[in-house]
Design a protein around this ligand. Structure first.
Ligand code: UD1
Ligand code: CA
Length: 455
């Protein structure tokens, strides 16, 4: 096998995105477009990947890290000019070079491999990856001669009416004989509608030199789409989402309505987990098997173990151990760790707290900066008062304690194991084992006094 190189074009600003963020940094299913491209290239057997950066160079470099080397394009003078910037790194390289844009996030490693194979088998100087677009507007068109041989690529803005009617488009992915690519690039100019040095002009130049130029058609237009604006970005997300969901379902995850289930590219979900519609699962999230994730849940960067039930709740940077449940309408904020078989009911918020196995927190409760032991009962409307206006303080609650409803635990405070807090108490002092603490005004009943009241 010949040496395989790849160039990713990612220096453009992406004017049509109308965004502060440079185009290739926009995300599709939780990952930047350029990262999707580089990840797939890394999976194909490519020896050397070079990314051309310009706008947002530092951020793009940071995003991609060591998976690729970088060439800087100071001024964005066109895709041909962008490829020329890799001359120092690739000009003398052996073998074949694949070129792909950073704004085509849906290509798979398989397609890249097929393109290389097709190109290598035909000993071509260039092979264009083409596809047939239902609406080719905006894409470069593949111009073939009478007998169907590729002649050149014409850009939308330079195309005649007849050329605009061509539905076979340039996907922006090509395979070149590396030496011939760099030779031909010397001959392109910017004499066109956009005043840019087009990479696409290399095709006609190679043809004129009598080189073999072929086209390999990708029958799935969806895979080849380029993202130039927000409408296309939404479409790319939809296509990628369908792909992710299909894969998860094939692995044994049930989805009630995959068309409204939004799961990021790297999320892992175990077998026999059921996910209802209207669920969002993002980032570095792992969900075990036999879980149930109910509609309206939003789960970000969270680890969920087996057999967990999440109903219409928001979970961020947290962990739920086996057999626990939460919701409806509760919120785990960063660093909440929920033990095994813990029950968190409705309208509860937990932040930076550990809750031990078998503990129950049924209703309307805030737990922040706390460590709770096992088999505790936290009544309704309990507040862990963790903030004094300038600092956060910690609360400990021992195993099998009972926190009566509507209590305030004013931190720092230790509630000992097996101690009992009477309902409505505001607790400022720590308790000992088996204490009952009651911290509220005694009730006074005034006989017949209600008769004197105006109601
Ligand atoms: C390009 C192709 C078009 C093809 C389409 C497929 C050219 C001239 N046209 O058009 O035939 O149908 O892709 O999606 O190549 N870039 C740079 N430096 C530059 C200019 C662009 O790095 O100076 C990068 C951009 O960041 C982008 C990629 O190259 O990732 C493609 O540029 P873009 O302006 O999006 O080209 P298209 O108009 O889509
Ligand atoms: Ca594009």
């Amino acid at each position: 096998m010949a040496n395989r190189n790849a160039i990713v074009l990612a220096a453009g600003k992406g004017t049509r995105m109308k965004s502060k963020l440079y185009k290739v940094l926009h995300q599709v299913c939780g990952k930047t477009m350029v990262e999707h491209v580089v990840n797939q290239l890394s999976k194909a057997n490519i020896d050397n990947i070079v990314t051309v950066v310009g706008f947002g160079a530092d951020t793009v470099k940071q995003t991609l890290g060591s998976r690729t080397s970088f060439a800087l394009q100071q001024q964005q003078l066109g895709t041909g000019h962008a490829v020329m910037q890799t001359k120092d790194l690739l000009g003398d390289a052996e073998g074949e070079t694949l070129v792909v844009s950073g704004d085509t996030p849906l290509f798979t490693a398989e397609t890249f491999n097929h393109l290389f194979e097709y190109h290598e088998q035909r000993h071509a100087a260039a092979t264009i990856l083409t596809s047939v677009a239902p609406d080719p507007t905006g894409y470069g068109r593949i111009v073939r001669n009478d007998v169907g041989i590729v002649e050149r690529i014409v850009e939308q803005k330079d195309a005649t009416k007849e050329e605009q009617a061509i539905k076979e488009i340039n996907t922006g992915v090509y395979c070149f004989d590396n030496a011939k690519l760099f030779e031909a690039l010397k001959k392109i100019n910017n004499d066109n509608a956009q005043g840019e040095y087009y990479l696409t002009d290399v095709i006609a130049i190679l043809k004129q030199q009598g080189e073999v130029v072929t086209a390999y058609r990708d029958n799935d237009f969806n895979e080849t789409m380029g993202v130039n604006d927000r409408v296309a970005l939404a479409r790319a997300n939809k296509i990628m989402q369908a792909r992710i969901n299909k894969h998860l379902m094939q692995q044994g995850v049930s989805m009630i309505d995959p068309s409204t289930t939004y799961i990021d590219a790297d999320v892992k979900i175990g077998q026999d987990t059921v996910i209802e519609g209207g669920v969002v699962i993002k980032g570095n999230t792992t969900i075990g098997s036999d879980c149930f994730i109910g509609s309206g849940s939003r789960i970000i960067d969270t680890t969920i173990h087996d057999g967990v039930k999440v109903i219409s709740s928001t979970l961020e940077s947290s962990e739920m151990h086996t057999g626990s449940d939460i919701g409806p309408n509760s919120h785990l904020r960063p660093n909440a760790e929920i033990g095994k078989n813990v029950h968190i009911g409705n309208f509860c918020e937990v932040k930076k707290a550990y809750i031990g196995d078998g503990t129950k927190v049924g209703h309307l409760t805030y737990i922040g900066n706390a460590t709770l032991g096992k088999n505790i009962n936290v009544g309704c409307g309990v507040v862990f008062v963790n903030y004094d206006g300038s600092k956060k303080h910690h609360t400990n609650v021992g195993d099998h304690a009972f926190i009566g409803s509507n209590s305030n635990l004013v931190a720092p405070v230790n509630i000992a194991a097996d101690s009992f807090i009477a309902a409505g108490s505001t607790i400022t002092d720590s308790t000992e084992r088996f204490d009952m603490a009651i911290a509220r005004q005694r009730q006074t009943n005034k006989p017949n006094y209600a008769k004197k009241l105006p109601w």
